[in-house]
Design a protein around this ligand. Sequence first.
Ligand SMILES: NC(=O)c1ccc[n+]([C@@H]2O[C@H](COP(=O)([O-])OP(=O)(O)OC[C@H]3O[C@@H](n4cnc5c(N)ncnc54)[C@H](OP(=O)(O)O)[C@@H]3O)[C@@H](O)[C@H]2O)c1
Ligand SMILES: [Zn+2]
Length: 337
Amino acid sequence: MRAAAFTELVGPKGVSIVERPTHEPGPGEAVVDVRACSINRHDLWILDGDSAMVSGDNLPFVSGLDVAGEIRAVGDGVSTVDPGDRVVLCPNETCGHCRFCREGPENLCESFSLFHGGLAEEATVPADRLLALPDSVEFTTAAAIPTAYMTAYHMLRRAEVGPTDLVFVPGATGGVGVACVQLADVLGANSIGTSSSAEKLATVEEMGLDHGIEATDPDTIQAAVEQIGEPDAAMNHLGGEYTDLGLSVMRRGGRMAVCGRTAGGTSEIGITGLFLGHKQIIGSTMGTQQDLQRLVDLTAAGELAPKIDDTYPLEETADAFRAMKERDSVGKLVVTA
Ligand SMILES: NC(=O)c1ccc[n+]([C@@H]2O[C@H](COP(=O)([O-])OP(=O)(O)OC[C@H]3O[C@@H](n4cnc5c(N)ncnc54)[C@H](OP(=O)(O)O)[C@@H]3O)[C@@H](O)[C@H]2O)c1
Ligand SMILES: [Zn+2]
């Protein structure tokens, strides 16, 4: 079988199509014929050599978390899925026995990690991480959901976003950003989003963004947000200078969920406004398998339409990463096998 492997950690030109042996499933495993796998900034960090998880010693490395496809074979002891089933993978990997696995939520697991290997024609996965996919949900749509939408949904839950809340989403045009906007809308909340591109913002406005701000400079964004209102919550996947911006614009008692570092892994924040304003900063990573189940159900019910910018055949995986790196897309980029 073919895989789009990272053979050098030098950005998109480091992706090569390689031949890999096919697998037979071990106990508890399923082999999935991958139909679609979306990419995330997480994969791009690895490909750029900017992740502690993968080094030159681990190459070639097959990334790709968000697998949707059809089950080809199952191993001993698997009773929840059968060959031929249409499925989507929850990429969470947990130990199953630490206090957080026992008590929940599972994404707090002390050994939390993620599945990698979806950028290929087949993926061998733990069968109990597969969710049945209703016929009404296409593989490409399903592949867009796990990492971006689960993360966004969990952030909105952690920040206790509810009806009529105003949610601030700096960087509202990417995978997590668009998901935050769409899911805020599902929850009955309103949103303010930012982007460097008026054209991309217009697309997100068609999908439910209430207020778009075309700017990247925090002072300009702050002035524009102040014209709109005081956000109850901020969904911060950018980090860097956007953390203090989010804190500054939120109302007293506002909650900011943080999941990423695209604009920088460190942030300087104003402590005084944080404590005088009773504000909260909440770290959040991925979500639970039950979060993903809800998102698949919402999609099947027609209440959520995950935004896919474009699809790429496996051999053009490098182009998908180029589009992400060049900030040339709105929503998710999906590789099809
Ligand atoms: N902790 C977790 O569980 C988890 C899960 C998923 C994602 N994440 C993190 O969340 C972040 C977003 O991931 P993603 O897959 O959604 O990425 P993505 O699709 O590439 O995000 C693109 C968005 O980021 C903005 N952006 C890109 N580079 C920027 C920069 N230098 N300064 C300001 N804005 C910039 C873009 O703005 P423009 O519109 O201006 O181009 C666009 O809105 C990443 O840091 C990722 O690692 C974390
Ligand atoms: Zn655990």
